[in-house]
Every structure is written in structure tokens, then in C-alpha cells.
Design a protein around this ligand. Sequence first.
Ligand code: UDP
Length: 328
Amino acid sequence: MKILVCGGAGYIGSHMVAYLLENGHDVIVLDNLQTGHKDSLLGGKLYIGNLKDNEILDKVFTENKIDAVIDFAANSLVGESVENPLKYFDNNIGSTIKLLEAMNKYNVKYIVFSSTAATYGEPENIPILEQDKTFPTNPYGESKLAVEKILKWCDRAYGIKYTALRYFNACGAHINGKIGEDHRPESHLIPIILQAALGKREKIMIFGDDYNTEDGTCVRDYVHVSDLASAHLLALERLRNGGESKIYNLGNGKGFSVKEVVDVARMVTGINIKAEIAERRAGDPATLIASSEKAIKELGWKPKFNSLETIIETAWNWHKNHLNGYEK
Ligand code: UDP
């Protein structure tokens, strides 16, 4: 297939591009390189531009016979979204609308959309099922949920078939050691812990130890970025084989507390990473664990990196060999 990956130079997008290339697909990337990195692309044809720009979309779709689209292009900082909701609604919803208009215009009928566990907000059940209530506690999750709804109506009106994948905590790095996580500023737990292991930070701050969990710290479901990539391709194949539009959770179905993640990282790195308890971070639910039974059953998804130790090993391999990320 010839697949357009929007936001392909980002963390998850670049692992998607690698996975598609490894599986013999033709890849076109559209990325504005605002948060993405050119060097994270292991191949494919890159168009640098903004999804909200009709001209670049026309160029991409006329110069390439696109079979399907995978859309990662979005702002994704929860805290920033609370400070500046309009930026999130404008960019995340506005850009997908433009993309869908172009897909309709150029008769492209399949899209896999990058959604999030943040669509659920404070969960009503653990593990979380796709049909559970969605009540986002931040504008980032709200913007992704809005796009899911827009996709539903575009399927009805234009016959664009979609799969929305709600990721839990994406982490890890490609086993080839060439690509990994490089956010600026970094806000995610595992890269922050590993930066502390490398002496780039003095310590890690654990945001709250008075949650209603076993050790009082927040529990999350960590899922390897290459496993997320494999689910996207399975979802596309399913759509191309006549599958209906659907929504799936993607996680490992197992929760780890922040303290447990720090402990596993200490074991993997052999470094006594310093940790200190700090205030809770606003908007953090105590526990988020996915049920991915639906993806396993219907997509035939088989996560390969389902132990936290392996996930952290792959991340460690990337961080210790790329002390400044993609910066030369
Ligand atoms: N966390 C933490 N210290 C940090 C960064 C994150 O204690 O420096 C916690 C955070 O409160 C959450 C978990 O680690 O409970 C995972 O956070 P992350 O930002 O990686 O992902 P999120 O769950 O927000 O998607």
C-alpha cells in the first residue's frame, strides 16, 4: 500500500514509518517538524508542511496515489492543553477536518486515527473497555474525542472508514536502536527517569504518593511504541478487507505504579536513580489500565514487548546512545 503518515516525524509516527517500511509499504510523510525530527525518518518521502494548508495537501494527494492515511499529527501535552485549550481544539480538530476534506476530495477511503486513553477521563471500571463512558478531564482528550465523533459522521456521509486507536502510555524505542523518544521539553515518566539515570537530571519527582493505589503512586498501562505501530497496520488491513469503522484500546492490560517503574528502571540501568515525592500533577487519574481484548480478538494484535523490563531496556538503549536525542 501507499500510505500517508501525517505526523510521521514524531515519536509514535516515526516508529510507524519504520514498521511500514519493514513490511514493504510505500510511505509518504507529512509533518510540519514543529515537534517532530527529520532524522527520525528511516525512509519514505517527506513533505514538510501543515495539515491546515490546503496547498500542501493538494500537492501530497496529487503527486501520490494514496491508498490510506494514518494520522498522528497533533499537539499532545495535557498540561498545555489545559492552559491553552483553543490551541488544541484549533490544531487537533482543525487539521483533521482539513485532512478529511482532502481524503474526500481525492477519494481516499481509509484512515487510522491516533486517539488516546485521555478520552475516558476518570475511569468508571478497571480495566477500561471501549464502551465505557468518555468524559475527558482535559482539552487534549476532548479534542481527540471530538475527532472520533467527526470520523463517525464522515463515515456515514462520505464512506470514509476509520479505526480510532486509544493508546495508553506509549513508551520504549525501536530495537534497531536508531529511533526513540525525544520530546522538548520532556514530560513523560520513562524518559525522565532515564535522563536522571544519565545524570542529565539530578532526580525524578514522583507526582503524588497519596493516590488510592497499592503504594499510593499512580498506576499506568505501558505499551511499546512498536507494538502500537503493528496495531495500526493490522487496523488498516482490516479496513481494506471490508471491516467496519471501530474504536480499540491499545495497552498491555497490566498496570505499574510510578514507584514500580522507577524500580524496574534502576534494575535495568544498574543505577540508583534518585526519586523524590512531590505534589500531585493536576488532572492525573489514579489508575489507567486498558482492556485490549477487543484489539487482540478482532485485529489479531499480539504485542511483542509486553514486559516492562524489555520496554525500558529498549528505551535505555536509545537514551544512553543518544544523549541529546536527535540533536547532532
Ligand atoms: N510522572 C511522575 N513524574 C514525572 C513524570 C510523570 O511521577 O516526572 C507520573 C505521572 O503523574 C503519571 C505517570 O508518571 O502518573 C505517567 O505520566 P506520563 O506523563 O509519562 O504519561 P500520562 O499518564 O500523563 O499519559
